[in-house]
Design a protein around this ligand. Sequence first.
Ligand code: PEP
Ligand code: MN
Length: 343
Amino acid sequence: MIIVLKPQSTDADVQAVCDLVSSLRYQPRIIRGVEHTVVACIGDELGNRSLEALRNLPAVDTVIPIQHRYKLVSREYHPADSVVTVGGVRIGNGEIVVIAGPCAIESADQFRTAVRHLMAAGVRLIRGMPFKPRTSPYDFQGLRDEGVRILRDVKAETGAAFVSEVMGPAHVEALADVTDMYQIGARNAQNYDLLENVAAARKPVLLKRGMASTVEEWLAAAEYLLVNGCTQVVLCERGLRSFDRSVRNVLDLGGVAVAKAESHLPVLVDPSHAAGKRALVLPLACAALGAGADGLIVEAHPDPVNAFSDAAQQIDSARFGEFLAELRPWLELAAARKKAQAK
Ligand code: PEP
Ligand code: MN
């Protein structure tokens, strides 16, 4: 940490700061500038107590942390891209994935039809969502246990691999034998108890970024998974809350590029929840691949207009092949660029 003192600080002030810094197990080094005196504090910011409390001292102007609040997710710790394998599908290090499926499982017929359409289009990882986090308790909440039964039946029939959102430990347990990847949604992106619980299940995890989380908070949330023993983590940007209602959420492609640079974990983009409208999903998907995403997770439904949730943004699953065909040049370019970067 770096502590910047106010211009009029006396030698006694500097000494008081240094004494406090030493008592918190950092070594203070005094740097006297023309206007400001700076105390550089040497020590492990993750292992030691934070020096942020020093902000309250009258002589202190600012306290600037140097270390990130994460370690295991960082490229400094693990320089090479990580690969996460889900149901035989590799994500990361040049392998571009497209996950697709309905916002929610609504009935056996609806889900079975969507899975058949998507698998015919070449999709190998399917959104299988029996549990839905909804802003209003009056909205469709998912079929819950019945949805888990449908997931199990459709897996037995098709051999599909699933990504399923969990909102609590009971969901983690209910889905343990049927899902291939747990999703932590934007609303639970900083639910640290849940992150620890999911990590303990030792399955791959798709961690969405919270709708108002900084990139650092997103990566620190991923650190909870890694530090608790989950090694197979995929990040997912899904758009940030903003003042502008022309899109549902503002897709932060800068955040995708930063996450790729800062972390070795694969980064996916969810263009559907960012767009909020069907027509915007394709351009956002193309842009995401251009920004360096390792793939996409897209909502697709056999009868989108009558979907129980997110009807405006879901793509017709019967026409998912057409969507993929339009995306194909960007998918190929993204894979080629990643291969070239790896050399
Ligand atoms: C979802 O993927 O079903 C979902 C609810 O997305 P988010 O958590 O990004 O809102
Ligand atoms: Mn949805």
